[in-house]
Design a protein around this ligand. Structure first.
Ligand code: FES
Ligand SMILES: [Fe+2]
Length: 370
């Protein structure tokens, strides 16, 4: 195998990962690694973009990102769901912004106008241009599909079926007792963190840090390794947590498992989408963490609840989740500073508690070596 990274002998690295070593520290700040990740991970993988309810009617659209790739998702006039790279074929301005309903998509720079099927309809003054062929400048297509209330996109139009990529995830979520059809969107929260995207995902993938770093969470979920289950299959890494007996029936909203959900489920869908279901009433939150630079990430969380969940319960559950998120942000920003020093070139995983990180790092390695 060729050395794609110019950093480490790739065969040695594969063996090191199998032995419990982490990825090299400089992979968390090197712009060359980020460019490889953009090409080989984010330009290929299915990623959550937004909600199906935003594109329910013909003409509805919303804009989003798949990693670094700006995308637009649209319901065209024949009610077909489509997605495109949201970059004008003229000189690269973003074609659309935000969300709404439109008859066509007009770039705000020089007014090139695209139909909802992506074809270029109008380019002012192009009739003065001998040989200009509008047919050659359609918006670039992006793969799009839905799972329950969620719209996923892949910048690779040849990406296989979403359902195949999701693998065990729909079945696991169904086992939780959650009915995706009953979920209603409540709110989106957005954030930025001063860490490489992989540090944030790796932090998500273990609860070894929970007793130390999440005192509130550890009070209600049994984070003992014998009770807290980790499972990886294909592109999905899952964690299952059971509420402590002491948390049951105490009347406090966060994680009081008297609702339809008895067990917590925390799933990573490779590479950067996490799906969280907490004990309690019907709920699900979906996070996307994408690189905003080698040492920065940008993300958002979409919060869904059953319609009959009272606002006060929603507020308490969101506040509880947000507090855990604040604790995690401090951890990953500290790891970024530590790794960026370059003084500790590899970490060492404890496989019994951190094998989901090993699985994730193997996927990163395989993607970059491909
Ligand atoms: S860049 Fe879009 S019309 Fe010129
Ligand atoms: Fe955490």
């Amino acid at each position: 195998m060729g050395n794609a990274f110019g950093l480490t002998d790739t065969a040695d690295l594969r063996a090191a990962l199998a032995g419990g070593a982490t990825l090299p520290a400089d992979w968390y700040s090197d712009p060359t690694i980020l460019r490889l990740e953009q090409d080989r991970i984010f330009a290929r993988a299915w990623q959550y973009a937004g909600r199906a309810d935003q594109v329910a009617e013909p003409g509805d659209y919303f804009t989003s990102f798949a990693g670094h790739v700006p995308v637009i998702v649209v319901r065209d006039r024949s009610a077909e769901l489509r997605a495109f790279v949201n970059v004008c074929r003229h000189r690269g301005h973003l074609v659309a912004d935000g969300a709404g309903n439109r008859k066509s998509l007009q770039c705000p720079y020089h007014a090139w106008t695209y139909a909802l099927d992506g074809s270029l309809k109008k380019a002012p003054r192009s009739e003065r241009e001998p040989g200009f062929d509008r047919g050659g400048f359609s918006l670039l297509p992006v793969a799009v599909d839905t799972w329950g209330p969620l719209v996923f996109v892949s910048p690779d139009p040849e990406a296989g079926p979403l359902l195949e990529a999701l693998g065990p995830l729909p079945g696991l979520v169904a086992e939780s007792g959650l009915d995706l059809g009953l979920l209603r969107f409540r709110e989106r929260t957005e954030w930025e963190i001063a860490s490489n995207w992989k540090i944030a995902i790796e932090n998500y993938l273990e609860c070894y840090h929970c007793p130390v770093a999440h005192p509130g969470f550890s009070k209600v979920i049994d984070v003992d390794p014998d009770a807290y289950e980790l499972r990886a299959e294909g592109l999905v890494s899952s964690q299952f947590g059971t509420p402590k007996a002491s948390a049951k029936g105490n009347g406090k909203a966060p994680y009081d498992p008297t609702g339809v959900i008895a067990q917590a489920q925390y799933h990573l869908f490779w590479p950067n989408v996490t799906v969280n279901i907490d004990p309690g009433p019907g709920n699900m939150s979906v996070d996307v963490t994408r690189p905003a630079g080698p040492e920065r990430s940008a993300g958002f969380t979409d919060w869904f609840y059953y319609e009959d969940v009272p606002d006060e319960t929603v507020r308490q559950m969101m506040e509880f989740g947000t507090q855990v998120g604040r604790e995690d942000a401090a951890l990953v920003e500290s790891v970024q500073r530590g790794l960026a020093s370059g003084m500790v070139p590899h970490g060492r995983l404890l496989i019994s508690s951190e094998h989901l990180i090993q699985h994730f790092q193997r996927l990163v390695y395989e993607a970059l070596a491909s």
